[in-house]
Write a protein that binds this ligand. Structure first.
Ligand code: GAR
Length: 183
């Protein structure tokens, strides 16, 4: 069994996609879903699939290392083979990155548009294409080695249409990246 941990902060549409298309298929199992927000929408998906759920509210920690130490401690209880950051909106310190083998999904063609509002900034830049990246997590924000990227043409798309396409291709990219790691 390939044990996957999924970390999320918000809506959890990527978590939902992995639950539907990866969990308990081809010997993958999502062994834990972990959120740093008590009110994250994704919590409902973890419950729907009866996945162990861990909520570690980041705002209750005074510094990043303390939060990361707790997350590492909790993750280690599940011994994941891979940890997947799917909309996990936290900057991680070496406390996390040196102990956890993790990948991150980012909605831009890295190294373009690291950090927040990547979808908006990608739409507004002058490149004809934009897309999504899945990369290994290091302590450099959105900076680790790229596993795969998917690209779309922006011409003729309204922002809403563009965002919708990004939301579709990012899920496929994340799933493909996870599968490729275990190939
Ligand atoms: C996704 O679009 C993901 O690419 C992005 O957050 C969204 C989470 O959506 N991640 C980042 O911006 C990471 N820097 P979700 O909660 O519905 O999965």
């Amino acid at each position: 069994m390939k044990k996957i941990a999924v970390l999320f902060s918000g809506t959890g549409s990527n978590l939902a996609y992995l639950l539907k298309n990866l969990h308990k298929q081809n010997s993958f199992e999502i062994v834990v879903a972990l959120s740093n927000k008590k009110d994250a929408g994704g919590i409902a998906f973890a419950k729907e699939y009866s996945i162990p759920l861990e909520i570690i509210p980041s705002k209750e920690f005074t510094h990043r290392e303390a939060f990361d130490t707790k997350v590492v401690e909790v993750l280690e209880e599940y011994s994941p083979d891979l940890t997947v950051l799917a909309g996990f909106m936290r900057i991680l310190t070496p406390t996390f990155t040196e102990q956890i083998r993790a990948i991150n999904l980012h909605p831009s063609l890295l190294p373009r548009h690291k950090g927040l509002l990547a979808i908006e900034r990608s739409y507004e830049d002058n490149y004809p294409t934009a897309g999504v990246s899945v990369h290994w997590v290091t302590s450099e924000l959105d900076g680790g080695e790229i596993i795969l990227q998917k690209e779309i043409q922006k011409a003729g798309l309204s922002f809403e249409e563009y965002e919708e396409q990004i939301k579709v291709i990012e899920k496929v990219a994340l799933l493909e990246a996870i599968e490729s790691i275990f190939d």
